[in-house]
Design a binder for this molecule. Sequence first.
Ligand code: GDP
Length: 309
Amino acid sequence: MDKNDKIYIAGHRGMVGSAIHRRLKKEGFENFVFRTSDQLDLRSQQAVADFFEKEKPGYVFLAAAKVGGILANNTYRAEFLYDNLMIQSNVIENSYRQGVKKLLFLGSSCIYPKLAPQPMKEDYLLTGQLEYTNEPYAIAKIAGIKMCDAYRSQYGCNFISVMPTNLYGPNDNYDLNTSHVLPALLRKFHEAKIEKKPEVIVWGSGNPRREFLHADDMADACVFLMKNYNEEGLINIGVGEDLSIQELAEMIKDIVGYKGKIVFDASKPDGTPRKLMDVSKLSALGWKAAISLKDGISEVYRNKFLVSA
Ligand code: GDP
């Protein structure tokens, strides 16, 4: 990637897209092209074709997707499948047609089988049944990985696929109906503290284990891989360590300074029991995460709930 290359970040206002933008600007990149979803509906074949023909970007970070937590994934099953298939198909096909030098496609750890051995290696893809609650999203993302590989095989395109673990950071979604667990718990504990509520409800049993990576680390890994990785298949991005939802809730309770009780609501789904990434492929290339979970959550909490309050 050269400073003169035109870079298109699809999803530049999202958590990952905005972090990639900050990361590239810091390094001196200035030649960006952006469209908000109001300006360009990435689900529209014609609109995306016209955009790529006009702008002809050199590099594409495909960070646009319909995303959400366990409840949103499970509720809007048709939208998670349709929107994501359309967005990625349009961007990948037009990147090929307009001669994009390299494209980075973003997936997720939920592409792996529900009961995959832990930690999960890249080659466990398609070796078992998916978790029901996020199957539509996972199917779309698996199709994206296979598209990148097919375009590499048939047309020689340098399209790579990266699979991040659960992410958190600036520009996250705090809507309790659609968010992931980490922002949801930050909000719940913060509001319970302010409103002096005796307890905070945490969904499920508290037993599922999850791994969390800060969006700034994620962006750093994406830029690193855009520069240094040119292979088919997929590569995991994570920290290689996880904790239970109960441990996460206790950590967040502590950071927020909430004194009440944690109550688990077993009527809500647990989802996948565990999805710890095997990050040996990425480590072997020389990349590792820099932000500890405690520091990362403390920073996000301060900026979201304390600085602006
Ligand atoms: P997942 O990683 O795809 O399962 O997505 P989530 O981040 O939404 O959920 C992770 C785990 O946290 C699941 O076991 C949820 O049931 C649990 N969880 C506990 N409390 C909450 C909450 O308030 N919101 C969400 N989204 N998940 C929660």
